[in-house]
Ligand binder design. Structure first.
Ligand code: FAQ
Length: 312
């Protein structure tokens, strides 16, 4: 298909690494893809509070409780920056929330898995935040200005999150045999779901080619997944934990680890709403939305009254 002059000019700006700002001309597909990806990310941050929030009251020490509380609050903040970035593209936060609740927008597959015990909170911080950063560091250079700036701020906090997870895992892995067993069990359950966070394999990724041409995405899903495996294997070795993949091995020729792909049929089932916690997660978000209606209504009524007073 021939590009129009506007599209050509837009692509030249992207190719020259210029940031695209909210009032600049952009192709409709670029706007739509950004809304989809940024909102999916925002929803992930918000829904992502649930598996960890579940353990705030049961953290083993006061210090661990304070740290976890701070982390979960950071995630709420990340959600807010990202919703703001999405709003600059001409969609409201209410609409975005409604699309999450009616199932027409997604959030990351990972948050449909349960956190069964304290070791899981370590595994989430280490593996889930580790995968999140691997994906988000390159997104700091994404072509859309507001998204890029949100990512820069988020990445700083995300690296603290990953360290706190690794710190929990160190404590568990160097603890009693029972604690070590719990750490290994958490690793066994979170390894493949963490690999799925990067999205389907490149051959099945529908959006990658166009998103990379627009520099909405900087790397392919498989590139980032491989980087994550390469980074995480030595960390697991240091902990004395085993990656639950008998085919995982260092490949001298490629300079990377060979590893087994996750079960993609499980991934697509989770995306369809059939993961272990999909129903529970959406119900929690629906309840929060409904319970907060009086606050939104009150704020609107207050704003209208003030506006009326000003014009009177
Ligand atoms: N889960 O064509 P692609 C966090 C969907 S980190 C659910 O490859 P794309 C921090 C995809 O939407 C997690 N759906 O798609 C935290 C598409 O379906 P659609 C959030 C997935 O967009 C840590 C279809 O599959 N991070 O929250 C997933 O080019 C701890 C085809 O896939 C981000 O969102 C998945 N894993 O690449 C918080 C990062 N993967 O929309 C609390 C920004 C794919 O057409 C605690 N997003 N799909 O119906 C991205 O980088 C990209 O969107 C990818 C997917 C790489 C996730």
């Amino acid at each position: 298909e021939e590009m129009t002059e506007e599209e050509r000019h837009f692509q030249d700006r992207v190719d020259a690494d210029e940031k695209i700002e909210p009032k600049d001309w952009m192709p409709e597909g670029y706007r739509k893809t950004l809304i989809r990806q940024i909102a999916q990310h925002a929803h992930s941050e918000v829904v992502g509070q649930l598996p960890e929030g579940n353990w705030i009251t049961r953290a083993p020490t006061l210090e661990r409780k304070a740290i976890l509380l701070a982390k979960v609050q950071d995630e709420a903040g990340h959600g807010l920056y990202l919703y703001c970035a999405a709003e600059t593209l001409g969609i409201s936060r209410d609409e975005l929330t409604e699309k999450l609740l009616d199932g027409s927008m997604k959030y990351s597959s990972i948050f449909n898995y349960p956190t069964l015990n304290w070791a899981d909170i370590g595994a989430v911080g280490w593996l889930v935040d580790g995968a999140a950063i691997m994906n988000q560091v390159p997104l700091q250079r994404t072509s859309y200005g507001p998204y890029s700036r949100a990512m820069i701020r988020i990445c700083k906090e995300e690296s603290f999150h990953q360290r706190q997870g690794y710190d929990i895992m160190m404590k568990m892995a160097k603890g009693t045999p029972e604690q070590k067993r719990m750490a290994q069990d958490a690793m066994n359950r979170f390894w493949y779901p963490a690999l799925m966070m990067f999205g389907p394999s490149d051959k099945d990724s529908v959006h990658s080619a166009q998103s990379m041409a627009w520099k909405i995405k900087i790397n392919t899903n498989d590139e980032l997944r491989q980087k994550f495996v390469d980074q995480t294997v030595p960390q697991a070795e240091y902990l004395g934990l085993t990656i639950p993949d008998p085919d995982l091995k260092w490949n001298e020729e490629t300079g990377h680890y060979d590893f087994s792909e996750p079960d993609w049929s499980e991934f697509y089932e989770v995306l369809k709403g059939n993961g272990p916690c999909n129903t529970e997660r959406l119900e929690a978000r629906r309840k929060a939305w409904d319970d907060g209606a009086w606050v939104r209504d009150g704020l609107m009524a207050h704003a209208e009254k003030r506006a009326a007073r000003r014009t009177a």
